[in-house]
Design a protein around this ligand. Sequence first.
Ligand code: ZN
Length: 274
Amino acid sequence: MASDSGDRGSQCTLEFAVQMTCQSCVDAVQKSLKGVEGVQSVEVQLENQMVLVQTTLTSQEVQALLEATGRQAVLKGMGSSHLQNLGAAVAILGGSGSVQGVVRFLQLTPERCLIEGTIGGLEPGLHGLHVHQYGDLTKGCSSCGEHYNPDGTSHGGPQDSDRHRGDLGNIHADGDGQAVFRLEDEQLKVWDVIGRSLVVDEGEDDLGQGGHPLSKVTGNSGERLACGIIARSAGLFQNPKQICSCDGLTIWEERGRPIAGEGRKDSAQPSAHL
Ligand code: ZN
């Protein structure tokens, strides 16, 4: 796959709020990211308590590096490295069990969507991850509809041309049950998935290859463990007037609860581009 920076994928810019009181704090923050593979540039603004990081790492990884300095770091925004705003979204996942997560979507280019997140409380191993048709959680994850599939195709893997648009394959949970992932997709577009839902499943998605009756339908990945409405977010927050064509509609704030609004309950396509 083509990318800006090799195997780790395309760069994006992460904006963190970090508590910093003096120049030595700035130095410590810069040192924490200096020379780290996957970090392309770091800009620290003491007056704004802000750190901008161009990176191919996940936001979770960068946050951990920043917090290793003994300071709290809060991810405030995420944008493309080209400072275009093509759309960003977030889904806060939860369910009846202990599985919880946050997954962000960022449209890097008109073709390429970055999907990154952290989901915890899983059994170690592989778990299917899919965008589902409806952002309807009135009956929990069971009212999310099927995999988002506007083309009427069969279930497949993320690398297959013949797949559901919502098929993102598997994420891998480590021995502690946490999956930290960063993937890029050329079939999903942020503007198509806002108002729909993201669901993580109990088992491994066989990517349509398992020979089970459900393989070509769901990848036979088992029960839906946790889900969340995919809500629009503002992307990169720094100087939003300059960077994004925001219309003032910010429906997500990292420090507070997401205000997800109504999810989609029908199969209509969005009426307009963001
Ligand atoms: Zn599917």
